[in-house]
Design a protein around this ligand. Structure first.
Ligand code: S3P
Length: 436
């Protein structure tokens, strides 16, 4: 397992081209495999997670060709998937297994799907519950964990009032809704990313937003029968990957960083407002709409950060950015406090525990709470380099690499190759821009 040593740096300077957005790439890949004909997805995510999705779609009979960051997928229609004799492997990807569960619930065959040791510990009941209500038959280990055995049924539309704010659960129900009779509705308790709604609409599904409720019409069979159309699409750069560089450039006083082509969907961009509220020197340039998604460029310069509190409805909007924000805590004036975020314990690792452990190794003062953590700011003393154990979690590895740039002395990130789950080039890009 690879180690990366991070030396302190003074600035992050230059231009960064991000990999394609992970969330959007998963959705485009799945919908292209269900469409009738050949789709071309350019600037597809380099993330290993999205390649797990491509592997699963291939095993289900879609024709998938990868040429660098361009992916060509030929789908054979909503009823064109084939049963896989092999157990599908979602590897580390929660989005793959949860969204695909929705699609598999609509197939007239049985599929087994599992993942790596981390994924096998992540809860699946949240998608199993609504999919059972729609008519699928699903067996999960201990009723909650992968492997899942999904026997697709004749689904019927439901109105699902989600008990938690989760884009993955919402998306699983909407994808199953393509196969259900009548209308399927999902109401979310707080706003989450809406890439599924936008992508479904783009590929020709009948989707309607009504406040916090999304409705989709079944179109695989029966009176509403129709087809998804293949598309030629460009995936915007991943804002959740950009965040590590926004944080690093803000922390290092002499930075001057330009980040090109960042996805700025409003259900993902709350992080930019949060950085601006903390005092970051962050400007959005060239904002434009691209096939339903917003994109723009960012200019970031070094600036002292105030810190802040994250709680309530902000949590689902910043969910993947919380590791980076927590790791920034000791460099801010007032520190960072995160509450209402018990979900963080159910991600690729227990992120609350991983953050508290590694922040303490760097000498930060941290209070671990059941639903978050409190990280003291600059007044509690300078932090120093340490040996970081990311627990196989890409966002923990990347967050502490950034903290290492501003700490005293060197920081060693163990098991650093886990960053490839979302950003295979992360360490090369960080070294290049930090001039190290
Ligand atoms: C994702 C939704 C979020 C997020 C994950 C990607 C998605 O998960 O943390 O990285 O693409 O729908 P939850 O829906 O579990 O909050």
């Amino acid at each position: 397992m690879k180690k990366e040593t991070i030396h302190p740096a003074k600035a992050l300077t230059g231009t960064l081209e991000l990999p394609g957005d992970k969330s959007i790439s998963h959705r485009y890949a799945m919908l292209a495999a269900l469409a009738e004909g050949a789709s071309e997805l350019r600037h597809f995510a380099a993330a290993r997670d999205c390649h797990s999705t491509l592997g699963c779609m291939k095993s289900l009979g879609a024709d998938v060709k990868v040429d660098g960051s361009t992916v060509k997928i030929t789908g054979r229609g909503l009823r064109g998937l084939k049963s896989s004799w092999r157990t599908l492997d979602a590897e580390n990807s929660g989005t793959t297994i949860r969204l695909l569960s929705g699609i598999l619930s609509g197939q007239d065959f049985t599929t087994r799907i599992t993942g790596d040791a981390s994924l096998q510990k992540r809860p699946m009941k949240r998608v199993v519950t609504p999919l059972l209500q729609m008519g699928a038959e699903i067996q999960a280990r201990d009723g909650n964990f992968p492997p899942l055995e999904i026997r697709g049924g004749h689904l019927h539309g439901i109105h699902y009032d989600m008990p938690m704010a989760s884009a993955q659960v919402k998306s699983a129900v909407l994808l199953a809704g393509l196969y259900a009779s009548g209308e399927t509705l999902v109401t979310e308790p707080a706003k989450t990313r809406d890439h599924s709604e936008l992508a479904l609409e783009l590929f020709g599904a009948r989707v309607e937003k009504r406040g916090r409720t999304v409705a989709i019409q079944g179109m695989a069979d029966g009176p509403g029968k129709g087809a998804l159309q293949p598309k030629s699409l460009d995936v915007p750069g991943d804002i959740s990957s950009a965040v590590f560089f926004i944080a690093a450039a803000s922390l290092l006083p002499e930075s001057n960083l330009f980040i090109a082509n960042v996805g700025l969907n409003p259900t993902r961009s709350a992080i930019l407002d949060f950085f601006q509220a903390m005092g970051a020197s962050l400007t959005v340039l060239n904002l434009q709409s691209a096939q339903g998604e917003l994109v723009g460029d960012l200019s970031v310069k070094g600036a002292p950060l105030k810190g802040g509190h994250i709680f309530g409805e902000l949590v689902p909007l910043l969910i993947d950015e919380l590791p980076m924000l927590a790791a920034l805590g000791p460099f801010t004036e007032e520190g960072i406090e995160i509450r209402d975020a018990a979900e963080l314990r159910l991600k690729e690792s227990d992120r609350i525990a991983a953050l508290a452990e590694n922040l303490r190794k760097m000498g930060a003062k941290v209070e671990e709470l059941p639903d978050g953590l409190r990280v003291e700011g600059r007044h509690s003393g300078r932090v120093h380099g340490a040996e970081i154990a990311p627990r196989g979690d890409h966002r923990i590895a990347m967050a502490f690499a950034v903290a290492g740039l501003a700490a005293e002395g060197d920081t060693v990130i163990h098991d650093a190759d886990c960053a490839a789950v979302s950003y295979p080039q992360f360490f090369d890009e960080l070294r290049r821009l930090a001039g190290a």
